[in-house]
Write a new protein. Structure first.
Length: 263
């Protein structure tokens, strides 16, 4: 296997408690992605022995808002002990604040120079925090067509511009190819251009946000391009199982994911 494969525990095996999802994913030799860890039994999660590739890295504020940037930093610092206890490598942040269901807390449909500059400065501050604690903050691109309208600077080309401008080892991209396909397409050229700044790649098929093979993306071709480019990091399945939330459907989805990236 050319890549380390991870699975988002919040999106599969929904009939099981989170801790059982983690055990089931890890038991199939996948790493585990987590979203919001607040309120979870972190010690119990750590005791599963699972390898955790990423988790949400903030819970308030906005990277691109001068009044919200301090809140991003403060919430990130509060989550670092959890990341360290779980051995999480990447703490995920977004271009602006997301609310319930991933909706924009304050929808904005145009970016400004001030947003770019504030986003850059906030990421630079996160880089310092990440270097201090030996964690990496990963800025995730989003699509604004289907899932996240009203989030400025969310396209992959925007997040790439910000991360490359920071140019610090503790700030990387969480390159989500599901979002990129909806918003931009041209995935193989995108991964080539972003390669030096990729911390992790997330995948799901389009439409539907299910496992590879259920939509229009040729993930075998994407996997081959990644291998040829020398990428050997984490590819995470952030997708639901097309067959539903049961154990059998989840197992089938994970097997399809593994097959797509077994190049």
């Amino acid at each position: 296997m050319s890549f380390r494969l991870a699975v988002c525990a919040e999106m599969v095996y929904g009939e099981l408690p989170l801790i059982e999802r983690v055990r089931r994913i890890s038991g199939q030799d996948f790493e585990v992605e987590l979203w919001d860890t607040r309120g979870q039994d972190v010690a119990a999660l750590a005791a599963t022995g699972a390898r955790f590739s990423s988790m949400s890295g903030y819970f308030g504020g906005s990277l691109i808002d001068p009044e919200g940037a301090d809140e991003v930093l403060a919430s990130a610092e509060k989550l670092i002990p959890t990341a360290l206890e779980l051995g999480v490598e990447r703490m995920v942040v977004h271009p602006a604040e997301l609310g319930e269901g991933g909706k924009a807390v304050r929808p904005l449909h145009r970016s400004t120079g001030g947003m770019w500059l504030t986003g850059l400065r906030t990421l630079e501050r996160l880089a310092v925090l990440g270097e201090k604690h030996d964690v990496t903050f990963a800025l995730e691109n989003l699509n604004t067509v289907v899932d996240h309208p009203g989030i400025p600077l969310a396209r992959a080309k925007d997040t790439l511009a910000l991360v490359s401008a920071v140019d610090h080892p503790n700030v990387k991209m969480m390159l989500d190819l599901y979002h990129a396909q909806i918003g931009e397409g041209n995935l193989i050229e995108l991964v080539g251009a972003a390669l030096p700044w990729i911390g992790e790649i997330q995948v799901a098929d389009v439409p539907g946000r299910f496992e590879p093979g259920t939509g229009e993306i040729n993930y075998r071709a994407v996997a081959s391009a990644l291998k040829d480019a020398g990428y050997s990091g984490v590819v995470g399945l952030e997708a639901g199982a097309s067959g539903g939330q049961g154990a059998e459907a989840g197992d089938t989805a994970l097997a399809a994911f593994r097959s797509a990236f077994d190049v």
